[in-house]
Design a protein around this ligand. Structure first.
Ligand code: SAH
Length: 348
């Protein structure tokens, strides 16, 4: 239990894995070990979700950001990036386009953009909720006060993605400026849960300075926090950031982390991320085979996509929404899974 939350009741689950076993798997290069790990993860996911893969329509609605994360291409200090924000009407138009393509979850993601004040966000969420009463609305707009989260939830948002990024204090401090802290990130995550959101945590794999011990801490945090969703993707450099010259995280290690996350929280919703599809052409399919069960195709208008430049060479930035929808459905089917367009809440 970490400082500041000792008053809350929650169970600390006892992992089937010891630290030593997790570290052994994280660092293993033994093919048989890895094949077994993926097979077990696939089985765990099949037990709760079968072969279905849930679709979430991603709307990247602003690339303005007041933060300055060292890894992220839309950080405040990136003066080379043209900035955009979609208007509330444009966001609703994306939802309508998504709905007609069959999406039942909309994910509104953006930088931490003060233009989208609590009041504006509440209006947007309420408008989506009015028009699409049955759909899930997911937010991914960073750190806000507990009161803001409450207002978003009251307005009709259901889910919130906020990766913890790194569960090691020391490593977190190497990825973020001193104005940001892991303690604050975690406080936000707990608030989101208390407010009633289905919450997503997660981390990058292979980010600069990351060690196997840090990844172990990430898994232990996942186990403690018990998020409904876990976003895991490789770090990929973006040329106009302080980490622009660093190496990408590896496919093999990212897949192992996906599989371990699945085994630690078998009922979690785990995306095969766009970043995974960026470092290998079949990265997302491999993610599904390692235990992932969600994809997040892009609904952002094509003109804006290139500008949501979290990292270099991001895939699908030239495509239209229907292209992504059908391309992914095809990839999923040929990998032996079944595209599933229903709302897809976490298994109970
Ligand atoms: N502002 C929101 C959304 C951030 S973007 C928030 O703070 O939650 C969504 C995710 O993209 C981040 O959580 C981060 O893990 C990932 N990301 C950012 N830069 C990246 C990079 N260079 N490589 C891989 N993933 C990156």
């Amino acid at each position: 239990m970490h400082a500041g939350f000792s008053g809350r009741t929650r169970q600390t689950p006892v992992s089937r894995f010891s630290d030593g076993e997790l570290l052994r798997l994280i660092t293993s290069e033994d093919d048989k070990d890895i094949r077994n790990l993926f097979a077990e993860a696939r089985q765990a996911r099949e037990k709760y979700y079968g072969t279905g893969v849930y679709f979430r329509g991603l709307i990247e609605f602003t690339n303005y950001c007041k933060n300055d994360c060292y890894y992220c291409g839309i950080r405040r200090s990136n003066a080379k990036l043209d900035r955009y924000r979609l208007s509330p009407d444009e966001i609703l138009a994306c939802c309508r386009a998504g709905d007609s393509l069959g999406y039942r979850t909309f994910v509104l993601q953006g930088g931490e953009d003060p233009w989208f004040s609590d009041d504006r966000m509440v209006e947007i969420i309420a408008a989506i909720r009015r028009e699409f009463p049955e759909h899930a609305v997911t937010l991914s707009i960073g750190e806000r006060s507990r009161e803001s989260y409450e207002a978003f939830f009251q307005a009709g948002a259901n889910r919130y993605l906020l990766r913890h990024e790194s569960a090691s204090e020391a490593h977190y401090a190497k990825l973020h400026p001193p104005s940001m802290s892991l303690a604050e990130r975690k406080r936000c995550l707990w608030h989101l849960k208390e407010v009633g959101f289905q919450v997503g945590a997660g981390f990058m794999v292979g980010s600069p300075f990351q060690t196997p011990e840090h990844l172990l801490e990430d898994l232990r945090f996942i186990e403690e926090f018990q998020p409904h969703m876990i976003g895991i993707g490789p770090f990929i450099p973006q040329r106009d950031t302080p980490f622009g010259g660093e190496k990408s995280g590896s496919l093999a290690l990212t897949l192992k982390m996906v599989a371990l996350a699945r085994l630690i929280l078998p009922k979690a919703l785990i995306p095969a991320t766009t970043a995974l599809g960026t470092i290998a052409s079949d990265g997302r399919e491999q993610g599904l085979k390692a235990g992932a069960n969600v994809v997040m195709p892009n609904l952002t208008p094509t003109a804006a996509r290139k500008l949501y430049a979290l990292y270099d060479n991001k895939i699908c930035t030239g495509d239209a929404a229907d292209t992504c929808r059908y391309c992914l459905a095809g990839r999923i089917a040929s990998a032996g899974f079944r595209p599933e367009m229903s709302r897809g809440d976490a298994a109970g």
